[in-house]
Every structure is written in structure tokens, then in C-alpha cells.
Design a binder for this molecule. Structure first.
Ligand code: ATP
Length: 256
């Protein structure tokens, strides 16, 4: 379970996230949406212990991320938006390093590692290549494998499908559904609305650091009076009037 209790985060005088309270239940897939700069990554960084709340509390399974960061990190698997991998390692070496840093028992780590590599279609030959030789999607698979390796009960995912091919994406979404049905808690940030709509039980929408709506996909449609999540998002975040904005651009372009 994830709990944000009156969480705020400021950078100097700028308030990036203001008084955010929400709870993600065990077994739930929660999606956090918001326009660029809304505060999603700021929230994710605090949830994963990479940065501290300015005020308020963040609890994972009842443990305070600020007071017990090491204990909390044992519960978390994190897929960051832009992961940094060690280019001079092979995929196998990198995953072994992650296992060591997590103090995993090596026999267990190797079993899990082999299963996960196979699941994502990375062959024995791929695994011996240096990460500098990996494609973007192959790197993303390694990042995901690193996050799942220790079988965490809480997954924090920031654009996790980025760069994955269709098959890998289908597999990973199914893994996430199975994880939730086995009682794990998932926090999913993405701009890909149709994925969020199909995958998430509930969705929160952040705008300029404030939670402007929260509910099931259907509840957000009802609340906004819109037929699609895309249009609901546009309305709830005071997005541009799409017709008018595009007509204005076309008029301006054709005047030259
Ligand atoms: P995107 O969808 O573009 O990734 P986001 O919702 O993840 O956006 P954040 O990265 O959380 O947005 O940024 C929220 C706000 O905080 C932005 O106005 C951003 O400029 C500001 N911000 C983020 N990190 C810092 C920082 N280290 N120092 C100062 N301001 C920051």
C-alpha cells in the first residue's frame, strides 16, 4: 500500500507538488497523469526515496520513506523514465550487480534473472553483449528485469513501456496485471492514455502540482462529461481548445 499524506515538494520558492493526499491499495494499479511539468516525476522521485518531501509524509506498507529509507527500498521495484545503465557491463553482469546491491542470494537471483530474460526474449547471445551495444528497447527490458528481480511488492513505473516492441509491451502489461492480482501495489505514470485507461483501476490527474481529479476511468469521464479519457484529461487540465488552436496555427502559417 502507498500513502501520500499532505505531501508537498518545493524547489526553492517554487512549489512543484502541493498538499497531495492519496492512497493506493494493495492489489491496485494506480495511474498518475498530468501535463508536462505537472509534478509526476517529482512525486515518483519522492516515492522511491530519491528525494525527500518538503512537507507531509509518504508511506509504503506503513513505513515512512524518510525515516526508514533502506527498509522501504526493499519493498520497491522502480522503472525510471530515463535509466542510466553501465555501458561497459554485459546485461548478465549488470543484473548480477543489481542482485548484489540488493543482497540477494545468488542462486535465487540467477533463477529469477534467467526466467525474466527468457520472458522478454533476450537470448544467451544478447546477454553476453555490452549494454553499450543494446538498442533502446533492449535497454528498457534490462531496466524492467532489474526492477522485478527481487520480486518487490510495490512497483513504481515511470513510462515503463517506452521503447518496448509490441510483444514485449503485451507481455509486460500482462505481468503487471498478474502482479496486481497477486496483491502487489502498482503506481504507473505515463502519457499513453489508452494504456493507462486499460491497465489502471484508478487514475489521478495532477495539474500544476495539484490533484484535480481522481477516480476510475469511467468516473473521470462522468466527472468531466467527456466521451474519452483524452478529452477528459484536456478538460480537467484546462488544455487548449484543440479546434481553435489548430485553426489559428493553420491561419498563421497560410498567411505567409
Ligand atoms: P513531464 O511530463 O514533462 O515529465 P512532470 O509532471 O514529471 O513532467 P516534474 O518533472 O515533476 O514534472 O516537474 C514539475 C515542476 O517542477 C516543473 O515546473 C519543473 O520545472 C520543476 N522541477 C523539477 N525538478 C526540478 C529541480 N530539480 N529544480 C527546480 N525545479 C524543478
Amino acid at each position: 500500500m502507498i500513502e501520500l499524506l499532505h505531501f508537498s515538494k518545493s524547489y526553492g520558492n517554487f512549489v512543484a507538488v502541493e498538499d497531495l493526499s492519496l492512497r493506493v491499495e494493495t492489489g491496485e494499479i494506480f495511474g498518475l497523469l498530468g501535463p508536462n511539468g505537472a509534478g509526476k516525476s517529482t512525486t515518483v522521485k519522492v516515492l522511491t526515496g530519491l528525494s525527500k518531501p518538503t512537507t507531509g509524509k509518504v508511506l509504503i506498507n506503513g513505513l515512512d520513506i524518510t525515516e526508514q529509507p533502506i527498509e522501504v527500498k526493499k519493498h520497491i521495484g522502480y522503472v525510471p523514465e530515463n535509466a542510466l545503465l553501465y555501458d561497459s557491463l554485459t546485461a548478465d553482469e549488470y543484473i548480477d550487480l543489481v542482485a548484489e546491491l540488493r543482497h540477494m542470494e545468488m542462486i535465487r537471483a540467477h533463477t529469477q534473472r534467467d526466467e525474466l530474460f527468457e520472458l522478454f526474449g533476450l537470448t544467451g547471445e544478447d546477454r553476453k553483449k555490452l549494454l553499450s551495444e543494446y538498442s533502446k528497447g533492449m535497454k528498457q527490458k534490462v531496466v524492467i528485469i532489474a526492477a522485478l528481480l527481487h520480486n518487490p511488492d510495490t512497483l513504481i513505473l515511470d513510462e515503463p513501456l517506452s521503447g518496448l516492441d509490441v510483444n514485449a509491451s503485451l507481455i509486460f502489461k500482462e505481468v503487471l496485471r498478474k502482479f496486481a492480482s497477486h496483491g502487489k501495489t502498482l503506481f504507473f505514470c505515463s502519457h499513453v492514455l489508452d494504456v493507462v485507461e486499460k491497465l489502471c483501476d484508478r487514475i489521478g490527474i495532477l495539474n500544476k502540482g495539484q490533484l484535480v481529479a481522481i477516480g476510475t476511468p469511467q468516473e473521470l469521464l462522468t466527472l468531466s462529461g467527456q466521451p474519452t479519457l483524452e478529452l477528459a484529461f484536456n478538460k480537467l487540465t484546462n488544455g487548449a481548445d484543440i479546434q481553435r488552436a489548430t485553426e489559428e496555427v493553420l491561419r498563421a502559417l497560410s498567411s505567409f
